[in-house]
Design a binder for this molecule. Structure first.
Ligand code: NAD
Length: 353
C-alpha cells in the first residue's frame, strides 16, 4: 500500500512524525510493506511552490492507494488566486471523498464525565454550506453590496443518498441504529430532501432503527446522553460542528479520528485543526491522527480483502486504548507525556502486541 504523507501546518509536523512511526511499526509487525511517500502541502508548499497544493501533488496522490493529510491552517488561506487553496477541500472535492467518518468514544482509564459512549458521526463531505465546494468554478459566497453577503448551500439527492448509504452500511456493523440530524424545520426543502433520501435508503436496511433529531436540540441531547446514539448521519456543516463536540465530549478534540472516504479512495485526517496555540511545544495529542491512520489501513484492508491491514487497524485501536488506560498519553487526556514520548510508548506497545 502506497500512502502519500503530508504533515501540514501548526501541530501537523509533530503529530504526523509520531503517526508515521506508528504506521511503520504496524507495517513491520503485520507485514504490510507500507510505502510512505513524504511530500508537503499548506504553508510549506505555499512558500516553496507558490501554492498550498499543486496539480502535480494531486497526480501523485491519485496514483497512490491513500493519503494522510495533516491539519492545515485553512483560516490563513484566503485567496485561491494567490495559491491559497484549502488543501482539505481540494482533496475532498478532487478525489470525491463524500463520506467523512468521525468516531467518538470514551476510554477506560479516563474520567467519562457523561458516562461511557461509542458513536460515529457520518458527515456529508462534498457540498452543503461550504462555499468552496459548491460550484464548478469560484466560490458560492457573494458580496452583493459592501454590507450584504449571500452564501449558498447546495444539497443534491445523489449526495444525500450516498452519505445515507455509508451511514446505514456502517450501522449494520455496529448497533444498527441511525439518527438523522437536520434542520428541516427551517431548511424545509434542502433538509426535507436529506431526510427523505435517508429514509428511502434506510428501507433497504430493515434491521436498522431510524430516528431523526433537529440539530439544535441534538446539541442538548448529545451532551445529556451521548450513549443514546450509535451512527449519526448529517449534512456537511452540522457534521463538522457536531463531531468536534462529540470528540471533546469523549475527553479531547485530540482523540477524534477522521476518515474521508469515496468509492475508490480514502484520506486519513485529524478531526482537529492546526492548533497554532500549542504548535511546536511537544504537547499536542497525536491520537486523532494515529486513529485516522488506523482507519485508513482498515478501509484499505476491507476494500481489498487484506486481513493483515484489518488486523493492523484493530491493533492500533487497541494500542491507543491500552496506552490511555495505563496513563501513557498527553496531558489533555490526563497523562503527562509529550507528543514524542506518547508516540514512543504507542510504538513500544504495538511492537509487543
Ligand atoms: P483547532 O482544532 O486547531 O484547535 C481548537 C482547540 O483545540 C485549541 O485550543 C487547540 O489547542 C486544541 N487542540 C486541537 N488539536 C489538539 C490536539 N491534537 N491536542 C491537544 N489539543 C488540541 O481549531 P482552531 O484553533 O479554530 O483552528 C486553527 C486552524 O486550523 C485554523 O486555520 C482553522 O481553519 C484550521 N482548521 C483546519 C482543519 C483541518 O485541516 N481539517 C480543521 C479545523 C480547523
Amino acid at each position: 500500500m502506497k500512502i502519500v504523507v503530508l504533515p501540514g501546518d501548526g501541530i501537523g509536523p509533530e503529530t504526523m512524525a509520531v503517526t508515521v512511526d506508528v504506521l511503520q511499526a504496524a507495517s513491520h509487525r503485520f507485514g504490510l510493506n507500507l510505502d510512505l511517500d513524504h511530500d508537503i502541502a499548506g504553508h510549506e508548499s505555499l512558500k516553496r511552490h507558490g501554492a498550498t497544493v499543486t496539480p502535480e501533488l494531486l497526480a501523485k496522490v491519485k496514483a497512490a492507494d491513500g493519503l494522510m493529510l495533516g491539519p492545515m491552517a485553512t483560516y490563513d488561506f484566503k485567496d485561491e488566486a494567490r495559491g491559497e487553496i484549502n488543501p482539505s477541500k481540494y482533496f475532498r472535492k478532487s478525489l470525491d471523498l463524500h463520506a467523512n467518518i468521525r468516531p467518538a468514544r470514551t476510554y477506560p482509564g479516563m474520567t467519562a464525565r457523561l458516562g461511557e459512549f461509542d458513536l460515529v458521526v457520518v458527515r456529508e463531505n462534498t457540498e452543503g454550506f461550504y462555499a468552496d465546494r459548491n460550484v464548478e468554478s469560484g466560490g458560492s459566497e457573494m458580496l452583493i453590496t459592501p454590507d450584504v453577503v449571500v452564501s449558498l448551500r447546495r444539497i443534491t439527492r445523489q449526495c444525500c443518498e450516498r452519505i445515507a448509504r455509508s451511514a446505514f452500511e456502517l450501522a449494520m456493523t455496529r448497533k444498527k441504529h441511525v439518527t438523522i440530524v437536520h434542520k428541516a424545520n427551517v431548511l424545509k426543502i434542502g433538509d426535507g430532501m436529506f431526510i427523505d433520501a435517508c429514509q428511502r435508503i434506510g428501507r433497504e436496511f430493515p434491521d436498522v432503527a431510524i430516528d431523526d433529531v433537529i440539530v439544535d436540540a441534538m446539541m442538548a441531547h448529545v451532551v445529556r446522553a451521548p450513549q443514546k446514539y450509535d451512527v449519526i448521519v448529517t449534512t456537511n456543516m452540522f457534521g463538522d460542528i457536531l463531531s468536534d463536540l462529540t470528540a471533546e465530549l469523549s475527553g479531547s478534540l485530540g482523540l477524534g479520528g477522521s476518515l474521508n472516504a469515496g468509492s475508490d479512495y480514502a484520506m486519513g485526517q485529524a478531526a482537529h485543526g492546526s492548533a497554532p496555540d500549542i504548535a511546536g511545544q511537544n504537547i499536542a495529542n497525536p491520537i486523532s491522527l494515529i486513529l485516522s491512520a488506523g482507519m485508513l489501513l482498515g478501509w484499505y484492508g476491507q476494500r481489498n480483502g487484506k486481513q493483515a491491514f484489518i488486523d493492523a487497524a484493530a491493533a492500533i485501536d487497541r494500542t491507543i486504548a491500552d496506552a490511555i488506560a495505563a496513563g501513557e498519553c498527553t496531558r489533555d487526556v490526563g497523562g503527562s507525556l509529550g507528543t514524542r514520548e506518547a508516540g514512543a510508548a504507542f510504538v513500544a506497545r504495538l511492537q509487543a502486541a
